[in-house]
Structure formats: C-alpha cells, structure tokens
Design a protein around this ligand. Structure first.
Ligand code: GLU
Length: 488
C-alpha cells in the first residue's frame, strides 16, 4: 500500500468503554480536540471495544454524553458516522484479521499454539525466578507452512508479532523528544486472539493508519506500547503517525489520580453543578503552559493558543480547590437568568416553590456571591425555605443582655409592620432600618445581629436586608415574632 501522509490534521480520542469517563480521559480528548481545531483539522471519536471481557454496558453512551456536555464536538464518530467508519472496533474485525494474516505471510508475525496453561506456568516461573515476564518464543521458529497446516486443521492458535531480537526502536515523541527502547526486552505481542478478536495493539495501529490519524495524542501509559506499534507500521510498510504522550494527572500527594483522591467521574462533576467551560479552562491549563499569566480563556482562545510544544513532560497535579476557584469565577460571570435556570433543580431540593421573578433574581445574587458550584445552592439559600431552628442565646450580639436584644427586636417589628410590602426591597429596608438605628442610637451590631439570626437561624448567613427582602413582609415578621417568643 502506498504511504500517503494526511494533508489535514486528524486526531482521535479512542476510549475503551470499560467504565465511567473520568478526568484523565476527558483531558486526553480535550488536548486532541484543541490540537485538531487549532490546525483546522478533524477530531474523531473511536470506540475501542475489543476487550469484550471488560466492557461496561452504557459506558459508550456516557462517553458521548460527557463529550457533548463539554461541547468537545467530534467530526466523525460511532453515532454520527463519517468517511472512515465504522468507528467502533467491534464492527471492524474483518480488517484486523486481514492485516494479521498479512503479517504472518510476510513472516513478521507467527502462529502460536501455546495453551493458556503453559503460558501461565511460564509466567509463574518467571515471577518466581525474578526474570522479566514475557513470552519465551516457544512457537517463534516453527516452520511457517507447518503452522499454517495446523491452523487449517482447526488447531487453536493466536498470532504474535515477531519483534526483532537485536537493535532498538526509537519513538520520536512530540512532547518527550527521542525515547529509545531495546528490542530485546520487548515481548512478542499478541496481535490476534484465538477467537479472532484483535488486541488493542493491532486494532489501534490498523485504525490509526486507515483513519489517517496524525498525530496520535494519548496518555503517557501508552508510551511503552509505541515501539511495538512502530515495528508493526514498519512491517506493514506504512509511515507511522507522529506521537505525543501526555503526562499523567496526579493527585495532590503526587500519586496517579484515582478514586482515592475523590471522585474522578466527569459526569459527577456535572451533577455537582460545575460548569463545563470552567472545567475545560482548568483542564487546559493543567500540564499545558500558555506562556502568559492570563488564567481565563474562552474555548476559542484555547483553540487559538494551544500548542503541544508547551505541554509539560512531568505529571500535572489535579487540584479540586483550584477547579472550584475557576468554577466560582465562571459562575459569577453568568447572566442572572442562566444562574436561575441552573440553580432551579437545587432550589427544588429545598422545597422552594412559586418564587417571584424578584425573589429569583435576589437568590441569584446570593448564589453568584457565595457559591463555588451549584450543588452548594441548598446550603446557601436553604434557610429561606425552612423554619429557623436555633438556640435563643445565639440572638445576642457578643455579650449583650437578652433583655436588650428583646428591645431591639421589638423596635424592629414595630418599624417593619408599618413598612408596606411593596417597600420590602433590599435597599429600602437597609435605608429605613439604618436610619432608625442611627436616630435612636440602637447600636449596629446589637440590632442587626439578632435580626439576621431571627431571619436565618444561622451563625453565618447572607445579610439581613436581602434576606428580609426575599422572605417578604409576612415571613420576616413571623420570624422576628418567633425570635421574640424565644427570648421572652
Ligand atoms: N483504548 C485506549 C484507552 O482507552 C486508547 C489508547 C490509545 O489512545 O492509543 O486508553
């Protein structure tokens, strides 16, 4: 086959649908997408489902759901098709078998008849004697024609790649530079299993070639597989794509990010009320240096600036607090109506019903001011929708005598009773209450503290004016009355 280098950049995200999409996989998808879009190329979703024993029902849908949520839009994929399909490896089995056969014919691969029991015994032996674990080449020098006859007669076999015993294979990585591997320590990789299914190595090389992928951008853990794949490209007479191996994502203790560090399930972040733009911004800066002190980037800016040359080689630390900081920034910048829309399911959780536009607008102000993510909405505004439950002594400002607190609350209730409902705006309430405090020298802390506690029942909460305004006249008076009862 002639070697044709693609003229257009084509990158791919090639997840195995074996579990929930996590931060690391979305990170890989993001970098592939940014690279493709920066170069006006295509970004492809390919589902690598050849390890049928590890498949998880629904995993493919979740991957698609996550990519959609982030708007990491692919140009070709299993659900939308494209000129290089099918994009699910289980639908391409015939191709892999064909290329495995070609490798056997050219004697770059061979049939192996070793029974699983033999291989297991071999491995145990190697482990016991602390030798490198790998195939011992038992079937490597069998006569090719003899082997073919055995296969024809129905004997079970697999196909292994014949790795050269001498020399070395060099991966020229776009992020890491040249990385050398001694061929002698590379295992004769299984390419095709006895049931006719390919292994990852064969399927990925065939597909990356046939789908014209270049460059292949993937996680660092695949770097050791790359020399085997390069040997396959050579044997098949194909020009390999360029490779870029992204650094690992680490937890704050610098070990590989895993469930131990909290949930890494990306859809859980969505359900926790994070914003996709904030996560993308944060993830893009994780391991990639935009060479500026600017921290907030729109998607278009990221596409414009993205450069593999400034991706770090060493692991990138995923920091939840930093992500929260990004998210809080994005949340604050949302238009009021969008905050209301996104807060709605969380408001329903705390029983908020029939709120007026005015109330919703004020709630959105509280959320913008205080929430790092929408799942905090119940904590931030839940007090508005339940009866305050607190001990009477919390009503007293510092060492104020309860009798004095009682006086202040009684003065406030008188004042607010005479205030028409239509004047219950935050600014108006602040104005009339502060005027009375000043004129009658009631004391700011001694008056506003008990008012705030009466309205919220909390030690820490939003200010009393906005709270009273959201609660409205009836609820405000009833909560102050409750507080007076507690003190009396
Ligand atoms: N299917 C592999 C994975 O889920 C992808 C490896 C690759 O990108 O080559 O990680």
């Amino acid at each position: 086959m002639p070697n044709k280098k693609p003229t257009k950049v084509r990158t791919r995200f090639a997840p195995s649908p074996t579990g929930d999409p996590h931060i690391g996989s979305i990170w890989t998808a993001l970098f592939n997408w940014l690279y493709a879009k920066h170069h006006h190329g295509n970004f492809i979703l390919r589902i690598e489902d050849t390890d049928q024993t590890r498949l998880r029902p629904g995993a493919e849908n979740k991957i698609i759901e996550a990519l959609r949520w982030f708007q990491i839009n692919y140009d070709e994929g299993p659900d939308i098709g494209g000129p290089y399909g099918p994009y699910r490896q289980s639908e391409r089995l015939i191709l892999y078998k064909d290329y495995a056969d070609r490798l056997v014919t050219s004697e770059d691969a061979y049939y192996c008849f070793c029974a699983p029991e033999r291989l297991q015994k071999l491995r145990l032996e190697q482990e016991k004697t602390k030798k490198p674990v790998g195939y011992d080449g038992h079937c490597r020098s069998l006569n090719a024609q003899e082997s073919f006859k055995r296969v024809q007669s129905g004997e079970l076999s697999i196909i292994r790649l014949k790795i050269p015993k001498i020399g070395e294979t060099t991966v020229n990585d776009l992020i890491r530079g040249r990385v050398h591997f001694k061929n002698a320590v590379i295992d004769d990789q299984v390419l095709l299993k006895s049931d006719g299914w390919p292994t990852y190595h064969l399927a990925s090389v065939v597909d990356d070639h046939l789908m014209n992928i270049d460059p292949v951008i993937r996680a660092e853990e695949w770097l050791p597989s790359t020399p085997k794949q390069l040997i396959m490209y050579k044997a098949l007479g194909w020009t390999p794509p360029r490779f870029a191996h992204l650094p690992l994502i680490l937890g704050r203790d610098r070990s590989k990010l895993s469930k131990r560090h909290g949930s890494t399930d990306i859809l859980k972040f969505r359900d926790d009320g994070y914003l996709p733009g904030a996560i993308i911004n944060y993830l893009a800066l994780l391991g990639w240096n935009p060479k500026t002190s600017k921290e907030f980037f729109t998607r278009e800016e990221l596409i414009d600036k993205f450069d593999l040359n400034t991706v770090n080689k060493s692991g990138a630390i995923f920091d939840n607090q930093k992500l929260d900081w990004f998210n809080a920034h994005y949340l604050k910048s949302l238009p009021t109506l969008e905050i209301i829309r996104l807060a709605k399911p969380y408001l329903e959780q705390v029983g908020a019903k029939n709120l007026t536009d005015n109330q919703l607008e004020q709630i959105s102000l509280l959320v913008a001011e205080r929430a790092k993510k929408f799942s905090e909405v119940p904590d931030i505004v839940g007090f508005l929708f339940r009866q305050p439950d607190y001990e009477a002594k919390l009503l007293n400002w510092k060492t104020t005598n309860p009798a004095v607190t009682l006086q202040k609350l009684k003065r406030l209730i008188k004042l607010l009773e005479s205030c028409p409902e239509s004047d219950f705006s935050e600014t108006n309430l602040e104005d009339i209450i502060k005027t009375v405090i000043n004129e009658e020298k009631l004391g700011v802390g001694e008056t506003l503290w008990p008012l705030r506690v009466a309205l919220t029942g909390l030690k820490e909460s939003p200010g009393p004016f906005i709270t009273a305004s959201i609660l409205g006249k009836t609820k405000t008076l009833s909560r102050i009355t409750q507080a007076i009862k507690k003190l009396s």
